[in-house]
Design a protein around this ligand. Structure first.
Ligand SMILES: Nc1ncnc2c1ncn2[C@@H]1O[C@H](COP(=O)(O)OP(=O)(O)OP(=O)(O)O)[C@@H](O)[C@H]1O
Ligand SMILES: [Mg+2]
Length: 339
């Protein structure tokens, strides 16, 4: 068991006054959305202008906030000080990506005199799961670059952990990939210039090359945004787990992955914890067994994750719906004291 006392969420954020970008990740259904909303609620209640940005394929903020949000538009959360929400529709972005890709591929195949139908390539590319992640990541970049000036705090609620980690990890991979792509594109273009008898025409084409322009633009965006992802003073990635074997194992694995990508780990929230207060009211055999089972998993958490734990969130008797409940989540996060 690690004897080191964990730094609580509030100690952690007070120790880092420049924190601005928060991410929540974890296995599906563990409470990423409610944790993100709880963090956002806390900062908004401190008078900070806060944006809660959801990057889920399924609209999840609307259900938590019990308020409908228009897709891709920042909206004020009614009744909560300076809290704003943005629900990005990944499906829309993926469709836009697909259309753009199709257009570029058509252009490229024509340019390279390759007599193949571009649609087949587009289908292969678009069914790859990384296509969706890439679209999601592009949305994160957009939000950081476009909204950062307007908010003190931006909390990102990301989809399932694999996506979230990979999409953050992509910042490193993207960079390598883009450098290679730009280089090989330059080589291909200059070869074409060398081979061509109508040099001026090809030079003109190079200037118009939409793929090259895109790659350069993407790299510029990456370069601009990368410092935010790896800066532990501005950025923190929080993991949510349950006191259960699988989510704990997932969090352990992903903390290692995140560190390998130089992404700053903010810490871990343990959600749906059965507290002594709950158990005073609960006498059923089922709940008593659950409580005993939880003790074992909490021991694992103390052994493997303890100094990184920032808060426990209790199991509520109902789903977390609406901002009265989010306020409770926020209080639990903020008031947690390690025992
Ligand atoms: N502490 C809690 N007590 C009671 N219900 C909870 C608690 N935490 C989360 N829930 C409920 O569990 C469900 C999942 O929570 P949430 O949507 O935050 O998880 P998620 O990790 O964002 O899920 P997904 O992977 O689908 O995005 C929701 O219905 C939420 O209201
Ligand atoms: Mg969610």
């Amino acid at each position: 068991m690690s004897s080191k006392r964990p730094e609580t969420f509030i100690e952690f954020v007070e120790g880092k006054p420049n924190l601005k970008y928060f991410f929540t990740g974890g296995k599906g259904g563990v409470g990423k959305t409610i944790a993100a909303a709880g963090i956002a609620y806390y900062f908004a209640s401190q008078g900070k202008k806060t944006l809660l940005a959801s990057l889920n394929p399924i609209h999840s903020l609307a259900s938590v906030c019990t308020q409908e949000f228009g897709c891709g538009e920042v909206e004020k959360v009614s009744g909560i000080g300076k809290l704003y929400a943005l629900e990005c529709d990944i499906t829309e972005t993926v469709k836009r990506y697909r259309d753009q890709l199709a257009e570029k591929l058509r252009w490229f195949l024509k340019w390279a005199d390759i007599p193949v139908k571009s649609e087949d390539f587009v289908d292969i590319a678009a069914t790859n799961p990384s296509f969706e992640e890439s679209a999601m990541f592009d949305n994160v970049i957009d939000i950081i670059l476009e909204q950062r000036g307007a908010y003190d705090i931006i909390v990102f609620d990301c989809a399932a952990v694999a996506n979230a980690i990979r999409l953050l990890g992509l910042s490193k991979i993207y960079d390598l990939w883009l450098s290679r792509m730009v280089k090989s594109r330059e080589e291909a273009l200059s070869l074409r210039v060398k081979l061509s008898f109508r040099k001026e025409k090809v030079m003109e084409e190079i200037k118009k090359d939409p793929m090259m322009a895109d790659l350069i633009n993407m790299r510029r965006r990456m370069e601009e945004v990368k410092p935010f992802f790896v800066n532990p003073e501005t950025t923190a990635f929080f993991f949510v787990t349950l006191p259960l074997a699988l989510p704990i194992a997932v969090v352990k694995r992903f903390i290692e992955m995140v560190k390998a990508f130089d992404i700053p780990v903010g810490g871990v929230f343990v959600n749906m914890v059965l507290t002594e207060e709950i158990m005073k009211k609960e006498k059923s055999e089922y709940m008593t067994n659950k409580y005993k089972e939880q003790e074992g998993y909490l021991a694992t958490i103390r052994k493997d994750l303890w100094p990184s734990v920032r808060a426990f969130i209790p199991l509520y008797s109902t789903e977390v719906l609406g901002f009265d409940m989010i306020a409770k989540v926020s209080e639990s996060i903020v008031n947690w004291k390690p025992s």
